[in-house]
Design a protein around this ligand. Structure first.
Ligand code: AMP
Ligand code: GLY
Length: 426
């Protein structure tokens, strides 16, 4: 088979590495990819939002399966464009990707179908949001831009003043662009966060091993929100009891709700959960693998990735038994110092060859590119690399991952030093 992966981050590198292990695959393309993906796939200079070019490329090369990794093309309807041309594509259609594309949609869905989540209100007008904050709100409170905002459209406000500024930033100043045309104001919840990735064919849902992300830029969960600074899998806080509850009240309920709405979801649903004192609740849905969650979950998956994707498309997921290694993995993101605010790029990266031939160690590329000399790999983004290691236990995986971060050198290398610290509290 020929497989095309759409995207360019650490997630897509992890997907490509899984696809490369498939016995069914003899050719992998990636649009646009990055320097690391280029070592296992042929990268083609087509942007993830260039739907017609992706379609034409797939037809020209006879691509058998397209796997869409990123949220923007999914929400924009890339899968629909490909399907209309007869190309098999893994990922939700536009009418289902709205589960991630609109927070107002997902909140209304959860309310309608009784799926546990924080209480909320939706606003189209800044003035109404401000009136609500003044008269009815309890603090802290959470403001969410309705649309896609690179994981940054969520503000936690401790006071009325902060919340008023937040409403202006999102709705009046359009800090997150059109994503902020509508606003969700949500009850503040407390508890541990867990990310659970699942495959679904629109009817059946199969749950992957759990993970936990670290969204803030600095140690001890300080600093601005990022796309994710590191992950571990499985989460020791995701107990069998929590799993049972979520399967019954959240996962299948979401799949059934989407089907009932005439929006059958085929692809990956990422459940961002908070384990609150009142039980697990949904923080957010994503319509794709998480990044860096994919970097700790996929290396532990025993199934043939392509077979699972095809089962989602063919609606035969009930025949798939999803299996994971009985071990752990930790991913530490090496970023450019200053991310996510302001940072320099273009620095040469040294030490990548240290990962060659080392079982259980992975260096997934996020923001990298090949220099003009065709040899040197340069930093090319905020999140540069995802250094992942497995271990028999979480502690061992963490020690291995941090050891491996020392193999890599670039001028403004930055990482958190407390990824997986919560493991010790489990
Ligand atoms: P989201 O993009 O919706 O997952 O939000 C980003 C982050 O904001 C989450 O990972 C949480 O840490 C935090 N967050 C979102 N919603 C809430 C909430 N209702 N209560 C407390 N924290 C929240
Ligand atoms: N790591 C969170 C996300 O991919 O949205």
């Amino acid at each position: 088979m020929k497989v095309l992966i759409v995207g360019s981050g650490g997630r897509e590198h992890a997907i490509a590495a899984s696809v490369a292990r498939s016995k069914k695959v003899d050719r992998i393309y990636c649009a646009p990819g990055n320097a690391g993906i280029g070592q296992i796939a042929e990268c083609v200079p087509i942007g993830a939002m260039e739907f017609e070019r992706i379609r034409d490329f797939s037809l020209e090369k006879g691509v058998d399966l397209v796997i869409v990794g990123m949220d923007d093309p999914l929400v924009g309807g890339l899968v629909d464009v490909l399907e209309e041309a007869g190309i098999r594509a893994f990922g939700p259609r536009k009418n289902a990707a709205i589960l991630e594309g609109s927070k107002a949609f997902s909140k209304d869905l959860m309310k309608k179908y009784g799926i546990p989540t924080a209480a909320y209100e939706v606003f189209d007008q800044a003035q109404e949001a401000l009136d609500y904050l003044r008269t009815k709100a309890k603090f802290p409170i959470v403001l969410k831009a309705d649309g896609l905002a690179l994981g940054k459209g969520v503000l936690i406000c401790n006071t009325l003043e902060e919340a008023q500024e937040g409403v202006c930033a999102i709705m009046t100043e359009h800090r997150f662009g059109t994503a902020g045309n509508r606003l969700v104001i949500e009850e503040f919840m407390t508890g541990r966060e867990v990310s659970v990735l699942t495959f679904t064919d629109g009817r059946t849902i199969r749950v992957m091993s759990s993970a936990q992300d670290h969204k803030r830029a600095y140690d001890n969960d300080k600093g601005p929100n990022t796309g994710g600074m590191g992950t571990f899998s499985p989460s020791p806080f995701y107990t069998p009891q929590v799993d049972r509850f979520c399967r019954e009240h959240i996962y299948q309920a979401t799949v059934d709700a989407m089907a009932a709405e005439g929006r059958p979801f085929q692809g990956v649903i990422f459940f961002g959960l908070m384990l609150t004192p009142d039980g697990p609740k949904v923080l957010e849905y994503n319509a794709r693998f998480g990044d860096p969650e994919a970097q700790v979950v996929l290396p532990r998956m025993k199934n043939d990735m392509v077979e699972v994707c095809e089962a989602c498309i063919d609606r035969t997921l009930d025949q798939v038994d999803l299996r994971f290694e009985d071990n752990a993995a930790v991913c530490v993101v090496l970023a450019s110092d200053g991310y996510p605010v302001k940072y320099d790029k273009g620095y040469p990266i040294r030490g990548l060859e240290a990962f060659e031939g080392k079982d259980g160690y992975y260096c997934f590329h996020a923001g990298t590119k090949l220099a003009e000399d065709g040899k040197t790999i340069l930093t090319n983004g905020g999140r540069v690399l995802g250094v992942t290691a497995k271990g028999a236990t979480l502690q061992e995986a963490r020690a291995n991952a941090y050891r491996a971060t020392e193999w890599i050198h670039f001028e403004n290398k930055y990482m958190r030093h407390d990824i997986g610290k919560a493991i010790d509290e489990a």
